[in-house]
Design a protein. Structure first.
Length: 526
């Protein structure tokens, strides 16, 4: 690699990008917004190593985040400003190019009257550009003299573009129409949703018409819309829910045969409570709806209270929480009990009042499904105690607790076997878990990881899979609940009774070649 005369002395080696062909397949590893903000470009990948070039590395935050997210080692190289600028131009294609062309229109610059078709195109390209950058949220913020558009990518907000203030009301109206909200209401917060279809190879960005069936190549993205009045106008936040078009199938989300059998045995009970726990984004709602999909039959009345309603399911009565009309979880749940339901789903148990009503509903002959924020299955029981639910009520009504996380799945198109030293497991995994997963100790363990290919956009992963811990309330666990035992005591007893811990379930998936040890360590040590 040559040294460029324009480059200053640095602790990082230099790279001559003019003599290297940048692998465009790797560009998706670093979203365009992040790449241009931090002036970094992925250049080449060799196994588990990724070469990244920049003109300087003053802020290593994006590099650290990328290593943690992808489970790879990044090698840093310094490039000249001119060569890096040329490499960054590789991002200027597809919806990115079209989006910037639209917003550079002279009419937009000078605030002239804009045609409805132009507003439609701008909003559509905004969605496409957000999808290209794997954004989780779009913020459209009115300011004193302009409108600022920001994307949240991997948890961090990035400024995308400033638009003329005169354009803001037109964009608000367009999004309100798309999400079926009142266009004449400007002083009250409104929540809605819309859905767009896209193609894996080229985003369509089309608003779905319920009368027009999707083609086999199309997937969908649900977009949750929140509009709130602020001092300079109406602020819009759009949450992109990428996997809502996926099939809800309990058998394919990663449950082992043993755990799947436990769930199937308890969801057919006519009363009691099933709680799914985990942090935000761990797939709790997806699991609940996969259960509801199995239970949804014409002879059964199912009702839900949610904030928001994330999946529309035919044949189920779904209520959206609305704080403005005092339709809270607790009040909505009281109403649902009077609707003659067989099964009730409460989106989340957030407070003592909701917990009490849910437990009471379970006692009076309803099957209640809900979620709760807890680190693991056993921690759920002390949490309910803290909400002042009597131990005897917890012991007699809780049937099953499902704790879960999500890990990325190894890409089967570029998967390859390699040898991992056994020391890696001894260093990172509790001894009792190792003893249950490995019959004998060996010098090395054969595992699987992805090299990176066009199918997985160079990441080595494609899709995700759940890691689970399922606690059934047996007579032994009931005794511990009544004694108000600690979570660690409950966990130890549950494991003796056959519960697979989350770490153990994850390790079994690593051994089976479904995910990597890096992924499991990431989610179990968060």
């Amino acid at each position: 690699m040559k040294t460029d005369n324009n480059m200053v002395a640095t602790k990082y080696p230099t790279i001559d990008l003019s003599s290297i062909q940048v692998d465009e397949q790797l560009l998706s590893l670093i979203p365009e917004v992040v790449a241009k903000k931090y002036q970094i470009v992925p250049v080449k990948r060799d196994g588990n190593n990724l070469i990244v070039a920049s003109t300087k590395f003053d802020d290593l935050t994006p590099i650290t985040n990328l290593e943690k997210k992808l489970g790879i080692k990044i090698q840093l190289y310094i490039a000249s400003e001119s060569q890096l600028a040329d490499a960054l131009k590789l991002y200027d294609r597809g919806s990115s190019s079209e989006f910037h062309t639209l917003i550079s229109n002279d009419d937009l610059k000078f605030g002239n009257t804009i045609k409805d078709s132009s507003i439609t195109n701008i909003v559509q390209k905004l969605f496409e550009y957000a999808l290209d950058n794997r954004s989780s949220d779009i913020h459209i913020e009115p300011q004193h003299e302009k409108t600022l558009v920001r994307f949240r990518i991997d948890g961090i907000l990035h400024d995308i573009v400033s638009l003329p203030k005169a354009l803001h009301e037109e964009m608000v109206s367009r999004i309100k129409v798309m999400s079926h909200l009142r266009t004449d209401e400007h002083q009250t917060a409104q929540d809605g949703k819309l859905q767009i279809s896209y193609n894996e190879n080229r985003i369509k960005g089309e608003v779905i018409n319920s009368k027009s069936p999707l083609s086999a190549q199309q997937k969908t993205v649900d977009i949750r819309v929140s509009i709130a009045p602020v001092t300079n106008g109406e602020n819009i936040v759009l949450r992109l829910l990428y996997e809502h078009g996926a099939d809800l199938n309990l058998a394919t989300i990663g449950l082992s045969e043993t755990d799947l059998a436990k769930i199937n045995a308890y969801i057919v009970k006519s009363w009691g409570t099933i709680i799914v726990v985990g942090p935000t984004g761990s797939g709790k709602t997806t699991t609940l709806y996969a259960i509801l999909k199995i239970l949804n039959k014409r002879e059964i009345n199912i009702a839900t209270i949610e904030d928001p309603v994330e999946y529309d399911m035919e044949g189920i009565s779904q209520i959206q929480v609305n704080e403005k009309t005092d339709l809270t979880f607790a009040n909505g749940l009281r109403s649902l009990v009077r609707q003659d339901p067989d099964i009730i789903m409460v989106g989340e148990i957030r407070d003592q009042e909701t917990a009490g009503i849910a437990i009471n509903a379970a006692m009076t002959g309803h099957l209640v499904l809900s979620t709760l924020h807890a680190n693991d299955a056993a921690t759920t029981l002390p949490r309910l105690n803290q909400m002042e639910i009597e131990p005897y009520l917890i012991a007699s009504t809780i049937n099953l607790i499902i704790a879960q996380r999500i890990v990325r799945r190894v890409c089967d198109k570029c998967a390859y076997k390699y040898e991992e030293p056994f020391e890696t497991f001894e260093r990172n995994v509790p001894a009792d878990v190792i003893a249950r997963c490995f019959k004998t100790k060996t010098a090395k363990v054969t595992l699987v990881k992805g090299k990176g290919c066009p199918v997985c956009h160079g990441s080595g992963y494609i899709g995700r899979i759940g890691v689970f811990e399922i606690l059934t309330v047996t007579p032994e666990i009931e005794k511990l609940i009544l004694q108000q035992a600690s979570a660690s005591e409950i966990t130890a007893t549950a494991i003796k009774g056959g519960m697979t811990s989350m770490m153990e379930d994850g390790l079994q998936k690593v051994i089976a070649g479904k995910t990597t040890i890096e992924e499991v360590l990431r989610i179990t040590k968060e």
